[in-house]
Design a protein. Sequence first.
Lengths: 95, 485
Amino acid sequence: MSIDKDKIKHISKLARISIDSKKSDSLAKDLTSIFKFIEQLNELNTDKVEPLSSILNTPLRAREDKINDGKIRDKILENSPKKNEEFFVVPKVIE
Amino acid sequence: MSEIIKKNLSEIIDLIKKKEIKSEELANLYIDKVSKSKKLNSYITTCFEHTIQKSKEFDKKPNLNSLLPGVPLAVKDLFCTNGFKTTAGSKMLENFIPQYESTVTENLWKEGAILLGKLNCDEYAMGSSNETSYFGNVINPIAKDTVPGGSSGGSASALAADLTPATIGTDTGGSIRQPASFTGTVGLKPTYGLCSRWGIVAFASSLDQAGPMTKSVKDCSIMLEAMAGFDNKDSTSIEKKKENYSKNLKTDIKGLKIGIPKEYRVENMPNEIDELWNKGKSILKDLGAEIIDISLPHTKYALPTYYIVAPAEASSNLARYDGVKYGYRSSKGNDLIEMYENTRSEGFGDEVKRRILIGTYVLSSGYYDAYYLKAQKVRQLIKKDFDENFGKVDAILTPSTPSSAFKIGEKTNDPISMYLNDIFTVPVNLAGLPAISVPAGLDKKGYPLGLQLIGKTLDEQNILNVAYAFEKNCNFKNEIKNWWL
């Protein structure tokens, strides 16, 4: 798979990262070589193999549906780059 | 410079228990050397006032029955520490002050340890040389132009330079074992689920594990005992009883079967590493172990699998950095979307962006089956390789890395050559197994090299024992000359 500038534009849009057009050439080159490397996997026939999504043999634990936390609003807001009393502030989204 | 801080953790603990040194005196010895060792750039943050205050409190009412009584410890800056900056080596978290404590560090403090500072690492633990950190390269104390490995490079450098008596790192694809090998120290990646991931800045959640980095195998067993344990706050934490790794440490390995996988003899591997591997085999054989040739046929596919799985999980985990709830926020952009895009563009470094883009792509519509699902299937085959062999052998011996520490800047322009550093460490993460890197010798340049012992799931005690026996018979000596002082 060869990655070109258009593809970089598409993926960076999905990832919400703006990419400087000056950097997108070298990035395309790097990603092309990385994809060439990972495509070695196509040498293997995996038609009958079950995908491994978790290394643990047991299903994830479910906890009891009980409140065990709370009243930490100030702590949660503490590191916000922009806040207004009890709210996170973002650029205007509705005109 | 005091001789005391050159000692192993276990020796320092003995001195404290015998009341030959106070916690505060010890803290001051480390603070003194850390202050004079800025050239290594191994610390991002120090918290000396806190260290001194806590050590005074300890000395007033010492609990000598804890595992780490009054011992000052610095930790990788990926562990959230309540009230102390946690950066993950990124501009994105440059000013992030957690309001909670990671479970693993909390466990250390409960055992009497005291925070000394936060150690440099590759940005979000993505790197193998500590060169992706926003806070600059870390120098390996073995020689001033060499990298300490990564991503736990600051941890390895600080440990080898006696700037902390022991430390902890995280290992997603080799980030504890490779830097341990590069600095002549011991590093252990536990079984996935043994140490809680709660409060650790996430990279790839199905691979990340915290583990100890120490000067000796005994120290490693003490640290592992202190940090491991079931945690309700981590849904992948394994429910099991705590083990006394340090008490149960023994050198008798007679009759153990040690596997030697032929696929780890890779092309272009320096002769020295092959010789060291042979030396390892003969030491274990002399101790009564049985050496058995084995095959792990899918080894060569581990790295390509890793470079799909890890970036995929990273792209998802790092979606949280949006400039709203915490972390860096760009002042540019006319609307919410532009604010996100600029925040992430300015806040993340090149390697992190590269991996987010790879991960986004392999998960994107139309490509998921070809890449991500394929990688999950190959991951199954890699795990099966280990499962089948662990019927025949008790542990597996391999080199830790395909080279010794390389020069700063040597591999930064070629991502693939950088990734190849983790060729021997990555399969273990994919299979969720425990593995330890133990120093085994020096190469022609005088740089340390390590050997890796891989164990069965939750068989940490066994690989610690083999490593302990090996260490006692290998006569490795790290020659670090304090040239930076």
